[in-house]
Design a binder for this molecule. Structure first.
Ligand SMILES: Nc1ncnc2c1ncn2[C@@H]1O[C@H](COP(=O)(O)OP(=O)(O)OP(=O)(O)O)[C@@H](O)[C@H]1O
Length: 263
């Protein structure tokens, strides 16, 4: 059942995700309230908002980490994610990456990717089993995509912070998710690493859909097509970065600060 649903073909121009009337309550405090949000296949959507706006909570609900007190989250039209557990949601095709990279530092880049392949085998048998030529092709394709071909045999622990982040994105891609949820993927990166990360996200979004929670407004300005602004647990504005930057209400909720890098 889960497998069948996960194999539905993406249809560009249609919704992959629809959130309706979402409410999340932590001991009576509403981190999300009456939130409606939708996303089309192939979007690279940036989610911004001041601290405590509810961005992480929204990703937590989508991936099943947090259960809402009200509302629904539909994936691919008919799958209500609120009715599924975290591991089932991962199987359905939603991958989550947290801010800090978590790679196996004593294994090589290649081994990290190989271990992450969508497969039925356990961790150890996956490590020792021979890869098929089709799998090797997929691995090399992802290595090339994340720009780590020349470092395939190096231990992941020796990579720079930026390279570890790309490796983790590559590991996520080995699971072939239809929707990726990324939490500040460029945090702590150098300018050139940040640029490469933006290009990588754009490349990924030619085949998959991405939601990025981001605080770095320069990064958002450079790579966002559509930006969603959350404030106090609900949707404040949605539009291009230019529209968002010129919006008085958005400027207000950022406490009068200009919407600048690190805001
Ligand atoms: N497990 C929890 N228990 C109690 N309150 C929580 C919990 N998780 C989040 N909150 C509260 O819910 C609100 C929204 O938090 P959330 O982390 O989603 O915001 P955010 O927009 O991601 O903020 P930031 O940009 O600072 O990460 C905050 O006021 C936060 O303190």
């Amino acid at each position: 059942m889960l497998g069948q649903l996960a194999m539905q073909d993406p249809v560009p121009g249609r919704e992959i995700l629809r959130v309706e009337g979402l409410e999340v309550s932590f001991d009576g405090f509403k981190a999300l309230r009456n939130l409606d949000f939708s996303l089309q296949y192939g979007e690279l959507r940036f989610l911004i908002g001041p601290n405590g706006a509810g961005k992480t909570t929204l990703l937590d609900v989508i991936c099943g980490k947090v259960k809402p007190s009200q509302g629904q989250v539909f994936f691919k039209d008919s799958i209500d994610l609120t009715k599924h557990q975290e591991h089932q949601i991962a199987q359905l095709g939603i991958g989550r990456k947290f801010q800090a990279p978590s790679v196996f530092s004593t294994l090589t880049v290649f081994e990290n990717l190989a271990l992450s392949m969508k497969q039925q085998r356990g961790l150890l048998s996956a490590l020792w089993a021979k890869t098929t030529s089709e799998q090797r092709e997929r691995l090399h394709h992802r290595l090339e995509m994340i720009g780590l071909q020349s470092k395939a045999r190096e231990r992941a622990g020796s990579l720079s912070h930026g390279e570890k982040q790309w490796l983790e994105i590559g590991m996520l891609l080995m699971q072939e998710p239809d929707l990726l949820l990324l939490d500040e993927p460029a945090a702590g990166m150098t300018d050139s690493e940040t640029e490469k990360t933006g290009e990588l996200l754009q490349q990924i979004s030619t085949h998959q859909t991405i939601i990025v929670v981001e605080h770095d407004m320069e990064f958002v300005r450079q790579f966002a097509r559509t930006v969603t602004v959350l404030h106090e647990g609900t949707l404040l504005r949605e539009g291009t970065m230019q529209e968002i930057q010129n919006d008085k209400k958005v400027a207000e909720v950022y406490l009068g600060r200009r919407v600048e890098r690190g805001a």
